[in-house]
Design a protein around this ligand. Structure first.
Ligand code: HEM
Length: 197
């Protein structure tokens, strides 16, 4: 373990570069998924072909997450003691956990049902497309806010704010994001509303 720690410390720039590469794939993939999801639902349904495209983006996101976590461990090991005392690092770990759990829900709860998100069939019996659509928008917002928060926490200097202050900010950002997403969902439900992208 000692030799590994020394190796990681000596290659700090390289490991940081990997960390950023993972971020580009993960955040970029998540962002492009959101934009294409909005484009694809402009005709109020997601076709099988469109679903395959979204699944491709999702694989890029998970690859990015794997690279981020591995390289993150590589950055963590040589500096573990001081990082465990850093409130911004601890909160970042919580945010990463939210990204992973939220992404798992998106993958296993929303993705299989995407093609049945029909924006005008409110009559479906025993199945509530509207609630799934709302959930899809909410989880999408949690994802974007969390990626942005993890990045902000990553570039922040250590311990500028207390853990409580940052946690409050993160929860506030999540709340605004989810509320905004529900407003967006409502607007999309009204036929004719156009997103700028
Ligand atoms: C969405 C997930 C993540 C994002 C966006 C992210 C982003 C960043 C950024 C921007 C930096 C600053 C790099 C620099 O200027 O040197 C950084 C540093 C670091 N990251 Fe991450 N990171 C993420 C996940 C992780 C994970 C999962 C770990 C640990 C397993 C981790 C551990 C570290 C460590 C130890 C550092 C250097 C020390 C520090 O500044 O806190 N990161 N990260």
């Amino acid at each position: 373990v000692d030799a590994l720690t020394i190796f990681l410390a000596e290659n700090h720039r390289l490991v940081t570069g990997l960390h950023m590469f993972g971020f580009v794939l993960g955040f970029g993939g998540a962002l492009i998924s959101d934009i294409y999801f909005i484009r694809f639902i402009k005709d109020f349904k997601i076709s099988d072909e469109e679903l395959q495209i979204l699944k491709g983006f999702s694989q890029i996101v998970w690859l990015g997450v794997a690279i981020i976590i591995l390289s993150g461990l590589g950055l963590f090991l040589p500096d573990a003691e001081s990082l465990l005392g850093s409130s911004k690092f601890l909160l970042k770990m919580l945010v990463v956990l939210v990204i992973v759990i939220n992404g798992t829900f998106l993958n296993f709860l929303i993705t299989p049902k995407l093609t049945s998100i029909n924006f005008f069939d409110e009559a479906g019996k025993g199945y509530h497309p509207r609630s799934i659509r709302r959930l899809a928008f909410a989880l999408g917002a949690v994802s974007s806010v969390s990626w942005f928060s993890a990045f902000t926490l990553g570039v922040l200097r250590r311990s500028q704010f207390s853990l409580e202050q940052m946690l409050v900010l993160y929860v506030l950002a999540l709340s605004f994001g989810v509320i905004g997403s529900q407003i967006a969902e409502y607007l999309v439900s009204k036929k004719g509303f156009k997103f700028p992208f």
